[in-house]
Ligand binder design. Structure first.
Ligand code: GRG
Length: 290
């Protein structure tokens, strides 16, 4: 399967899941608004590409796992845009969820998108022990052990000067854990050894750092049209970022270093498992900024 098919089958998975007439129409409308507003779907793509790399035949069960991580990601963006958090009017070039549906409805759409993934995983039809491991990994990535903790530390860090190590830890939790999930989840589904799972986790962590450094760089270099949201928000919030701590060229060097480490880990995983890595590598290369 190619990426185009991955993306269309993923959208079909969302549509099927939210198609039931028994659901509350305006809730599913607000959910679908954010789910289908032009996200890059990098987390599901990493999962499906890694599975394919392990020569797993992709089935609807795997699309449900891929959908699960995208739902939680979307939930976090809706909540992140709320007035109590980043207070953004635009996301992906469109009005944010709360601007269209109101704040209460946006909170509830985010809540549903946070919980629905566990129904998707439970009904995926994968072996029960894999589902348990995936549930644990997704909760670990997103909740108080992961993204939510990172968001709290990120907010605490506003108007403070953070050390490089503190900033790295915030990135690892806020962005890194959700980007680590796809690689570890693929390893779980492909029944890889504990040693390979360790390498897949390390790969996800490097990709996560690279992803957030890129986000920090684009916040100061990209336009509204390129970002689809207001640039310069980090400076306005007086946030510690890679750019603030290392300067623009230092941040670019840190991005290149994390991408090189990720590539090295990918080679190591391929050598140990015969995993095909070219599509994953192409995806990682897209994160590069020269
Ligand atoms: C409700 C689960 C939940 C969490 C609430 C608000 C919050 C806690 C966390 C925010 C986490 C956050 C916004 C992290 C930023 C991660 C990031 C770099 C997002 C951009 O990801 P892309 O580029 O977005 O993949 P697209 O638009 O392509 O989907």
């Amino acid at each position: 399967m190619d990426n185009k098919t991955f993306l269309s089958d993923l959208t079909a998975t969302f549509n099927t899941f939210y198609a039931s007439e028994a659901l509350v129409d305006h809730l599913t409308q607000s959910i679908q608004y954010s789910l289908n507003s032009g996200g890059k779907r990098i987390r599901p793509l990493f999962l499906l590409e890694t599975l394919q790399g392990f020569e797993i035949t992709i089935t609807t069960a795997h699309f449900k796992v891929a959908a699960a991580v995208e739902l939680i990601h979307t939930s976090s963006l809706i909540h992140d845009d709320l007035p109590a958090m980043d207070d953004d009017d635009f996301r992906r070039g469109q009005a944010t969820n709360h601007k269209v549906y109101g704040e209460a409805q946006a909170i509830l759409a985010g809540d549903a998108l946070l919980l629905d993934p566990y129904l998707l995983l439970a009904e995926s039809g994968l072996p029960a022990q894999d589902i348990v491991a995936l549930v644990a990994e997704l909760a670990y990535a997103s909740g108080s052990h992961g993204m939510v903790a990172g968001q709290v530390l990120d907010m605490d860090g506003e108007q403070h000067s953070l050390t490089f190590e503190a900033l790295k830890q915030i990135h690892a939790l806020k962005t890194g854990r959700m980007l680590t999930f796809p690689f570890v989840a693929a390893g779980i589904i492909a029944h890889q050894s504990a040693d390979v799972l360790v390498l897949l986790r390390a790969l996800g962590e490097k990709v996560g750092q690279a992803f957030q450094i890129r986000d920090d760089i684009l916040d100061v270099t990209a336009t509204f049209d390129q970002l689809g949201k207001t640039p310069g928000k980090d400076i306005t919030a007086d946030k510690s970022t890679y750019v603030k701590l290392l300067g623009l060229s230092g941040a670019k060097a840190a991005l290149a270093e994390n991408l090189a480490d990720a590539t090295q880990l990918l080679t190591e995983i391929s050598d140990q498992t015969q995993m095909t890595s070219d599509t994953i590598l192409r995806q990682i290369e897209r994160l590069r900024i020269d």
